[in-house]
Design a protein around this ligand. Sequence first.
Ligand SMILES: C[S@@+](CC[C@H](N)C(=O)[O-])C[C@H]1O[C@@H](n2cnc3c(N)ncnc32)[C@H](O)[C@@H]1O
Length: 402
Amino acid sequence: MPKVTIESLDDFGRGIAHLNNKVIFVENALPEEVVEIEIINDKKSFSEAKVTKYLKFSKNRVESICPYFDTCGGCNLLHLEFLNTLIFKQNKIKNLLKKHKLNYDKGLEIVKNDNPIYYRNKVSLKIENGHLGYYEENTHKLVEIKECMMAKHSINEVIKNYKLLHLENAKLTIRSNYNDEILIIIETDTKEYDIELAKLKEKIKLVGIIYNNITIYGENFFYERINGKLFKVSYNSFFQINENITSKLFALIENNIDKDSIVLDLYSGVGTLGIVASSNAKEVYSMEIIKNAVLNGITNAKLNQKTNIKFMLGDVAKLVDKVNLAFDTMIIDPPRKGLDKKTREFILKKLPTKIIYVSCNPNTLMRDLKELESIYEISDYKILDMFSYTYHVESFCVLKRK
Ligand SMILES: C[S@@+](CC[C@H](N)C(=O)[O-])C[C@H]1O[C@@H](n2cnc3c(N)ncnc32)[C@H](O)[C@@H]1O
């Protein structure tokens, strides 16, 4: 078996090594480790490998606290000492800024997750032939699990009792809120259901079950409470998956909205960031594509006694063309694909003085920052550890017009 020394980590937390001048990405291998490898995927310009024997361990290696780490595709950094997972994220962003030749020299502060395990308030699992689990990374091979250490305890209670749902093949999404209440969302080809409701309700605080988009028990929404603000969230509306980091994100938004500014809040979900911004702002205009989320947003403005926020339903790329709004500040929190060309052009036409860009995908964020670079400078960049122990990075960026 070939022997290699791991030099660094790639963006997905895999070890990088070289063999015969070819780059090799090695699963479950950390910098400074010496390992014997087996090539599992040999491409023209790179290879992928797995470790067959560790000859020297890294001092930063820890034993994974999750028994499914070796096979499950959910988390990627559980073999790395926690502080080093944050350094990994810092390096990832530093390297991306450098790769895109973006200027930012103020330091990348990490906003820490106070509870880096049992934090997720939403998980999506697969049930195949009655077995429940996640898929192995980049495959459709089920890894059966009995617990997920990233999910909140309330979600794990559902996982423990999933047999009460009597599902053979389905996608099972479990959501939980600040009060550990539960929404169960089932998508399946099977029309009939046979759920042991009474027993399930003894185990969990069940708010609703949505079966193929039909509410078959209770409600199809629950309420979230963050920093004293209350939000109605429908089963198919987005909500940030980490309550602790969301609370810190709200504080960052509040601190960065100038008094009496006029804010355009794109990709607004249930109105969270716009509602937070509306405390300082004179007016807020929020845009979102999911109807339930917009309806939730309208309710949430009322629940939080906000009268200076308006919601628009539709695709941001189309809405920005139609509305003729005067605004000086933007909040942008797009899905992973980032901004489309139309929206970037809209920004460069309107030239707001400040843009707060919240992103769950640093690759598309960098692309968008590069497009805006001639007019906007990055005045603050923070890394939010929203997805602890995974390679995913949430970014909070403030751009100011030069
Ligand atoms: C990352 S979430 C942010 C939501 C909200 N800002 C929050 O913090 O809860 C992105 C949101 O964009 C919405 N979305 C996705 N594509 C969109 C589009 N083309 N136009 C408008 N909204 C869109 C999604 O439904 C989702 O609510």
